[in-house]
Design a protein around this ligand. Sequence first.
Ligand code: COA
Length: 597
Amino acid sequence: MSVIFIRMSSHPGAPTPMENGVDPAGVTPNTRDGETEVLGEAEDCRNPTEVEMTQLVMPCHANHLGELSTGQMLKWMDVTACLSAERHAGLLCVTASMDDFQVEEAIKVGQAVYIKAQVNRAFNTSMEVGIDVRVEDLSTGNQKLVCMAHSTFVARSLSGEKVQLQALIPRTSEESLQHTLAAERRRMRLAHADTILELVHSCPFQDVTLGPNVDYGKELVPAARTRVHSVELVLPPHANHQGNTFGGQIMAWMEAVATISASRLCRAHATLRDIDMFQFRGPSQVGDRLTLKSIVNNAFRKSMEVGVCVEAYRQGDCSPASLRHINSAFMTFVVLDDNGDARTLPRIKPYAGDGERRYREAIARKKIRLDRKYILSCKQNEVPLSVPWDPSNQVYLSFNNVLALTLLASRGAWELVSVQNGIKLYSCEEGGLLSFRIEMRACVSAEQAFLLLSDLQHRAAWDKHYQKCSLIQAADEDDAIYSVESLAIRKGLRPQDFVVLMSRRQPCQTSRDPYVIAFRSVTLPAAPPSPNFTRSEVLCAGFIVQQLNSSETRISYYNQATPAVLPYISKDIAGLSVESHALFLACKTFLENNSKL
Ligand code: COA
């Protein structure tokens, strides 16, 4: 039997908040003056929505290799995250989606699993929950991270209506960071389906894998061999006390049929590597029959994509018209050899019609997966300066742009270098990179400062380095690509030019988030390098604009120095000049002179 206990603590064995004398809201009585004080960032400052599940992996949880099945792990993750969401909402919650994730580490029978979940942000009726899974080898005490994931839950009233949630106030710098990033991840997940559709419709696919030049997998397996149909009856143990099926249970059933499809391709056990987002389109209840269908959509050289679809019907009415679409997901599998290396796979021969469509769509999803993994998994200082821009990776590049600036701003090691006319210059040296921040207060509303600063065509009015700026492409209302021409770094050199993606974000109505304007270089066929300019690059730069009171706004400009800006700023940081102070004094004057909306 598995051991389950759930508590609010950040470490196994740590006392609960109440045992520590901390109330779940994180506000504790100040014994000296009788007022309440909010806890600081101490070890004991635990998030009141934090829930931890600890499990001992038993043979009944494992696959034939003695490893925890991903389906079982998904059930535990979903329950832990749901309980965290319900702590915040004070109501029943249902899983709306789980973002794509990868499993980094196999978990074996006898090992302990710790699943920790906490609400990162409440939006209107939905909230994002962050989930960490760790494994501990009980004989050595070694712990490893298995995966990190994000789920979205929607709160439901007793009558089943969606409910407006209370905002979640972050209390530590890590919580603030996750709070900001949650809004970015939400943009990405809500755009997910459109991104895929757009790519599928806009890219002309060449059928290279069916052509004569394919140098792998001579065997051609008919897709029909990989088709799996199954049915599940939703029973009370699969559901919460209102009778709604747990999302984790459905994900586990989906993983099981997908594994059979994948294993049938090459008659060997397949291992799940990657899951595209699970999106729950409609609820199902106790008594529903769920039909699960899976098939290998496409087999690439070393990996394959399996598509799974779940539909529900009530007893006695399984006509196609009464089937409700519950979920569809795409999973990537590999087949490992005895050394743990991915085997070369046979090719798949798709069905005519729909099968060929899914075959092509799988190629599009693979491209998106690779782009997204590359763009999102790169650490800030590992991302190449310019990333090619195309409509299929727009949403990830925009996310990455804002993420990089948010992370730069949240660094702790900023040192004040100098103050001149109220303009402060800070520097930060971390991980071999030099960054700087310039901060000022201006008598202008944050909204107006945001509008002026996010339109780069205004920049030449206060920045003498900007010679010319033109809009190349307005990707959407928050993302635009500009071409900027600026002065040469030194006399005798060619002037510089940049192609930058500007991604801007306004705070949600209910939050006190700042306005954000992020910049990074991208490459674009429409703006090739010119022999008259030195093409220069911006890795991470931008403004964070925060209203301080009814008349004043704080404007912070950040820049992770690249060769294109280093010559300007290093003199200021060394104290040899105050050029950046003069530049931002001009910016302040410009904003104040144009302060009327
Ligand atoms: N990922 C994340 N959030 C999503 C989402 C997705 N794929 N689809 C919708 N949402 C969010 C919306 O952003 C919105 O949040 P907000 O109010 O904070 O802005 C909220 O869900 C409601 O969105 P709405 O457009 O009103 O959608 P809806 O009426 O279709 O409801 C669900 C969305 C998820 C509630 C609905 O599809 C549902 O009931 N799904 C089944 C849930 C379930 O039973 N899960 C358990 C397994 S069966």
